[in-house]
Unconditional design. Structure first.
Length: 134
């Protein structure tokens, strides 16, 4: 999470970094309780400053290739100005056909076995021209 937030001073990043220092992470549990699940929720003390925009996808993502050379994106969501969730999704660069084929084959991000290390991520930021290196 901190690796994403360190890539910009915009989009409420300073407030979100301050929240992260005091947040409590809640690991999500998938179908099998003892296996990795690619999602985390955050509990943030209410007295901390909120980020603006209050409800948004944080525009910096971390992209990596944990399965068969396919891209997956680590994304952070802001809810009511607070750290909301961090999760791993299929890459935003997948075509609609690639996404459909993946899910039609009964595949999911739950095949990923761990969170990536920051040095495994390519950091990208959303811009009017699309995702560009952060």
């Amino acid at each position: 999470t901190s690796a994403l937030l360190e890539r910009t001073e915009s989009f409420g990043a300073p407030e979100l970094r301050a929240q992260l220092a005091h947040a409590r992470a809640q690991l999500y549990i998938g179908e099998k309780e003892d296996e990795f699940y690619p999602g985390i929720g955050f509990e943030v003390p209410s007295e901390l400053p909120r980020a603006v925009p209050g409800d948004a996808n944080f525009p910096v993502i971390g992209r990596y290739r944990p399965i068969e050379g396919r891209t997956f994106d680590v994304r952070l969501y802001v809810q009511e100005g607070k750290l909301g969730t961090l999760d791993i999704q299929t890459g935003a660069d997948w075509s609609e056909d690639e996404n459909n084929a993946w899910y039609d084959a009964d595949r999911s991000t739950q095949e990923i076995t761990r969170w990536p290390r920051p040095d495994e991520l390519e950091f990208l930021i959303e811009t009017p021209a699309g995702l560009l290196p952060a």
